[in-house]
Design a protein around this ligand. Structure first.
Ligand code: FAD
Length: 280
């Protein structure tokens, strides 16, 4: 599951409550913490990595964006994570306007940071982003997968995907990646949509396709219950995503626990998923 670093006292309290509730229900394989583009949350990403790690004993995967940062600064951050005991980092370029150039001295693409970390910290595991519907700046999906393969060849150990709502997109992305010689795990990024408005906004930002079925489901549901429709929709696609070969799920929970807990309860009813209650 993925958290983002909160910026106010109130949202910090929300994050801790959310983490507390989750920790009572499930032991995640790892917990990712995003990094604001250009280092805007640098201290906060580090701080919350430390806090969630020490308080809940979770395996933390901090994100590290390279745009706007030079190699020295990036390595200083990566080394501070290594000293904390972090063993995996998710490496990203960070967003920019299509016409905008990378600042001088800054790394321009994620593959450069993958190479740098693998060279300087060979024991560090590095994850990278993949885009089942292609990255918005890439001319074609095939070209984007070629770029993804470069990140893998530089030493990436796993891929987490951009959010998608149609399981067939994951299946065909996985198959194209495998055909291109990418052998590492490709973890599907799934969003438990909280509302129609939020799902549409996220689709617009990430250029993911919003399925008609999800739109209809949300429209038929009162706004107070749309988060439940978001969970129902995820439950309807998870079997296909797992059948396609997903090694697990990466949930964009946005510092909220309600949808995740409902999802876990429903999955646990199927008998195929064990919550800590019947796990330990
Ligand atoms: P890159 O791999 O560098 O690719 C960016 C574009 O450049 C693609 O179009 C690619 O095809 C192209 N490209 C790659 N290599 C080359 C090359 N050698 N020559 C020419 N073109 C090339 N953003 C944040 O700010 N903070 C986060 O914490 C964060 N977490 C994310 C987590 C996930 C799972 C995902 C999917 C995205 C996340 N993002 C985050 C967003 C990400 O920063 C943006 O999508 C960004 O625009 C691209 O990042 P990237 O690492 O995929 O870049």
């Amino acid at each position: 599951m993925e958290f983002f670093p909160p910026k106010t006292e109130a949202t910090a309290r929300d994050l801790l409550l959310c983490a507390e509730e989750i920790s009572l229900r499930v032991k995640p394989d790892f917990v990712a913490i995003t990094d604001g583009a250009g280092g805007s949350t640098r201290e906060l990403t580090f701080l919350y990595s430390q806090l969630l790690r020490s308080r809940f004993g979770w395996t933390i995967v901090p994100h590290l964006t390279c745009l706007g940062r030079d190699p020295e600064e990036l390595m200083a951050i990566a080394e501070s994570y290594a000293r904390m005991g972090v063993r995996s980092i998710m490496v990203l370029r960070g967003d920019k306007r299509p016409d905008e150039d990378a600042p001088s001295g800054s790394l321009k693409h994620a593959y450069e940071l993958v190479s740098l970390i693998r060279r300087e910290l060979p024991d560090m595991c590095v994850g990278v982003a993949g885009y089942p519907e292609k990255h918005p700046e890439a001319p074609t999906l095939e070209e984007d997968i070629r770029r993804l393969k470069e990140k893998v060849d530089c030493g990436a150990s796993w891929i987490t995907t951009q959010l998608f709502f149609k399981p067939e997109l994951y299946e065909s992305f996985l198959s194209k990646c495998r055909q291109s010689g990418i052998r590492i795990p490709i973890i599907p990024g799934l969003l438990p949509a909280l509302s129609l408005e939020q799902a549409q906004r996220f689709c617009q930002i990430s250029r993911a396709t919003m399925p008609d079925h999800l739109t209809e489901l949300m429209k038929q549901t009162s706004s107070a219950r749309q988060w439940e429709a978001g969970v129902e929709y995820l439950l309807s696609i998870i079997p296909a995503v797992l059948k396609a070969g997903a090694p697990g799920m990466h949930l964009y929970i946005l510092n909220r626990s309600r949808s995740l807990i409902r999802l876990l309860d429903k999955l646990s009813e199927t008998g195929k998923f064990k919550t800590p209650k019947n796990f330990w």
